[in-house]
Design a protein around this ligand. Structure first.
Ligand code: SDX
Length: 427
């Protein structure tokens, strides 16, 4: 038996042999299968790329059935427990954990690139007070490309590294600035004496106190959340980053596309939607009626289900544990009881069991974010800050992948064909 597929085209009786490698066939190999001389050859039709590999990647491994997630081969459970967000960012970008000198240098680089060009404040001032932070973040990341025109030279590894450092360093500052704009509060500039997550909390919440002192348990919880969100192979927003990046545009424009994709309620916007759903349910007594509405297709159980995980999302398990640590400091979020009861009922209900719908990363994260006093519209900004190293690692891998070409899928044309133009007086 060879690693190949024997295909008989019953339209012509012709036989073909296609190579199988890494569990796939090359779609281009189907083009040779034609029904007649005018036939351009077979292609595949796969809306949402449910069963299509777009790239080879060495960054993140997921086994959806087993509930396994590894960054560069390291299990997410170990990284969440023992690593830091910047160390994980280094791992995703370079493929190996840094030694002490490499980590110190990386942390210094990031710490000293957290400031934004002052013009960006005026840019953010242009938004309404109630503008959604994700809309402001997407626009601001895109605007960064105009401050660093040299970023267009993506063939230069040093130029790429400079932009990677800038983006990872500046995302928390951008996130904090759009939050402070929305709150009508003065901007808080980065404090280079603080760690990445502590500095982010200070830029968000510092008021008149000379130095903001976040509770170290909350800083640790935020670190864990950022680590858990850092990468997730070819999810919707990473696909957007790769697709836009395939045109060889600068990384700010590609990452802005990722922020836009993440904004959607089926993707990163789900954490905000979960909290609004829990608030709407309001009490465990209302859960049966809500579940009935979901089963009747009136709405989705947000925070449940996943394209890849057909088992518990390992990140949800870790976040559920992190809830306890945060609630020790902040007090238990009253919505936790509704979330736990909802999960219990859903995991026993045939509708969800049959469809293999389990809690995903977004189901419990919002409870922690709310306990950390973030408003729901900021939850996906936190997701974006966490995902930035992953997006950049994937973008960097794309730029260096000789197999890659500009993304330009085919279509099945269903519209009208060649018609004569009709002057308006005859329509
Ligand atoms: C993230 O891809 C990633 O890795 C994403 C992510 C990452 O780290 O980047 O993990 C982050 O985006 C997590 C997902 C957050 N989204 C949500 O929680 C929104 C709710 N979930 C869904 O919309 C849905 O589960 C998706 C979008 C996550 C996955 O959708 P798929 O794989 O396209 O599956 P589908 O929509 O075809 O659903 C299959 C069936 C359908 O029922 P039938 O048509 O077969 O009867 O399951 C049903 C769906 O209606 N279904 C749900 C449901 N999710 C799927 N029914 C009720 N509630 C849900 N949440």
């Amino acid at each position: 038996m060879t690693d190949s597929l024997s295909i008989r085209d019953n339209r012509t009786g012709r036989d073909y042999e296609l190579e199988i490698s890494d569990g796939t066939i090359r779609a281009a190999d189907l083009k040779q299968i034609t029904a007649n001389e005018d036939d351009p050859g077979l292609a595949t039709y796969d809306p949402g790329f449910v069963n299509t590999a777009s790239c080879r990647s060495a960054i993140t491994y997921i086994d959806g059935d087993a509930g396994v997630l590894e960054y560069r081969g390291y299990p997410i459970e170990q990284l969440a427990e023992q690593s830091s967000f910047l160390e994980v960012a280094y791992l995703l970008l370079h493929g190996e954990l840094p030694n002490q000198a490499e980590l110190d240098s990386w942390m210094h680089e990031v710490t000293f690139h957290t400031f934004l060009h002052e013009n960006l404040k005026q840019f953010i001032e242009g938004f309404r007070y109630d503008a959604h932070p994700m809309g402001m973040l997407m626009a601001s990341v895109s605007a960064l490309s105009t401050f660093y025109p040299d970023a267009a030279n993506i063939a230069d590894p040093n130029v790429r590294q400079d932009q990677i450092t800038r983006l990872i360093a500046k995302m928390p500052t951008l996130g904090a600035f759009v939050y402070r704009h929305q709150q009508g509060k003065p901007y808080v500039y980065p404090d280079n004496r603080l760690s990445y997550s502590a500095n982010f909390l200070a830029m968000l919440f510092k008021m008149s106190e000379p130095t903001y002192q976040p509770d170290p348990r909350l800083v640790k919880a935020l670190e864990v959340l950022l680590i858990l969100h850092a990468d997730h192979e070819q999810n919707c927003s990473t696909n957007a980053v790769r697709s836009v990046g395939s045109s060889q545009v600068d990384p700010y424009s590609a990452i802005a596309a990722g922020v836009g994709a993440l904004y959607g309620p089926l993707h990163g916007g789900a954490n905000e939607a979960v909290l609004r759903m829990l608030r709407r349910i309001g009490s465990p007594d209302n859960i049966p009626d809500f579940i009935t509405g979901v089963k009747e297709g009136k709405e989705k159980l947000m925070g449940f289900g996943h394209r890849v995980y057909k088992n518990y999302d390992p990140r949800a398990t870790i976040i559920k544990k992190a809830c306890d640590d945060v609630f020790d400091v902040t007090g238990v979020n009253p919505l936790l009881k509704i979330a736990q009861e909802l999960e219990k009922i859903a995991l026993e209900d045939e509708y969800f069991v049959k469809r293999k719908l389990y809690p995903n990363v977004d189901f419990y994260s919002g409870l922690i974010y709310e306990a950390l006093e973030f408003p729901p519209e900021m939850f996906t900004v936190l997701f974006a800050i966490g995902r930035t190293p992953g997006w950049l690692a994937q973008w960097s891998e794309l730029v260096q992948d000789k197999d890659q070409k500009i993304a330009r899928p085919k279509q099945i044309y269903t519209g009208a064909r060649t018609r004569e133009f009709v002057p308006i007086y005859r329509r």
